[in-house]
Design a protein around this ligand. Sequence first.
Ligand code: SAM
Ligand code: SF4
Length: 330
Amino acid sequence: MGKLMQDGFGRQIDYLRLSVTDRCDLRCVYCMASDMTFLPRQQMLTLEELLRLATLFVGQGVRKIRLTGGEPLVRPGIVELCRQIAALPGLRELVMTTNGTQLQRLARPLADAGVRRLNISLDSLDGQRFRAITRNGDLDQVLRGIEAARQAGFEGIKLNCVVMQGRNFDEVPALLQYAIDQGIDITFIEEMPLGEVGRSRGEAFCASDQVRRLIASRHALLDSAENSGGPARYMRLVEHPRTRVGFISPNSHNFCATCNRVRLTVEGKLLLCLGQEDSLDLRGLLRRYPLDDAPLIDALQQALRRKPLRHDFDPQGAVQLVRFMNMSGG
Ligand code: SAM
Ligand code: SF4
C-alpha cells in the first residue's frame, strides 16, 4: 500500500481526474469555443505514459481515478487502457465522465473492462436545444447510449447537467423526471468561468439554490449526508428513493475545504486546483526519466504542498483562466 498524499493544508488527496484527450465530438457552449485548436499528437501523453502515471499515483495513495477529457471515448485504445488501470492493485474504483455519444458501442466493453460507474452529460431532452447547446450533438444517439449503459451492468450511472438561464433552466423538472424514470442519479452543475467560449457567462449563470427551489416546488426533498467522493452535495427525493439529486456549486457553495483531488491533463500537467493556474509538468519528467519514478514522486510530493486553499471563481466576472474545461479534465 502506498504512502498517503497530503497537501499543505492537511487534506488527503486520494482522487485523480485523468484527462485522456482534449478532443471531442461535441462543442458544448459552456466548455469550448466553436473553433478550437487541439494539441499536436506529440504533446499528448501516450497510452503507455497514461498508464505509467496512473500506476504511480495509485502507488502514492490514489484510490479513485476518473477518466475524462475532452471526450474520453474518442481516444483510440481507451477500453484497453481502462482494463489496465482497473487492474491496478490498491485502486478502489475506476469511473468515467462521458458525453454518451459512443456508449451504444462501448458501454458493455467498458463495464467488462472494470469501469464501475459512469457520469453521462445530458443538458436537454429537446433535440433542437440539445443540438444548440452541444453545437452539433444528436440527442437520440445519447439517449440510446444511456439505455446501453443501463443494460451493461454498471454499479452506478449519474447524469450531469450544466444549468443555464435561457437555455435549459426550465427543463430541470423534465430532466429530473427522466432520471427518476430511468432509476438513476442526476447532478445539476453551476457553470464555471473556464476559458473564453464566445459568450458572456454571467447572463446565463444559474445558482444551485434556484435549481433546488424549483425542484422543491414539485418534490419533497430530504437533505443527505451522502458523499460520492466528489464535490457534489446530495439530496434524496422522498417519493423516489432510487434517484439522488446532486448539486455541484463551485460558485455559490465553495467546496474547497474538503477537496481531495488533483487533475492531470493529457499534456501531462498536474493541475493542483481547477480554478488556479499553478501546475507541474509531469510529461517533461516522465520523458527525461523513462525508467525511474523517484524524481516524479519527489516533484509530485513537493507540488502537493503548493495546492491552493481555494479557487477564486466569480460567476459574474470576467474569465479568470485561459484554460478551457476540455483541457482541465472536467
Ligand atoms: N466530454 C465528457 C462530458 O461532457 O461528460 C467529459 C469531459 S466534460 C469537460 C466533464 C464535465 O464538465 C461535463 O459534465 C460537462 O458538462 C462539465 N463542464 C464542462 N464545461 C463546464 C463549465 N464551464 N462549467 C461547469 N461544468 C462544465
Ligand atoms: Fe465535449 Fe464534454 Fe466539453 Fe461537451 S463538455 S464539449 S462533450 S468535453
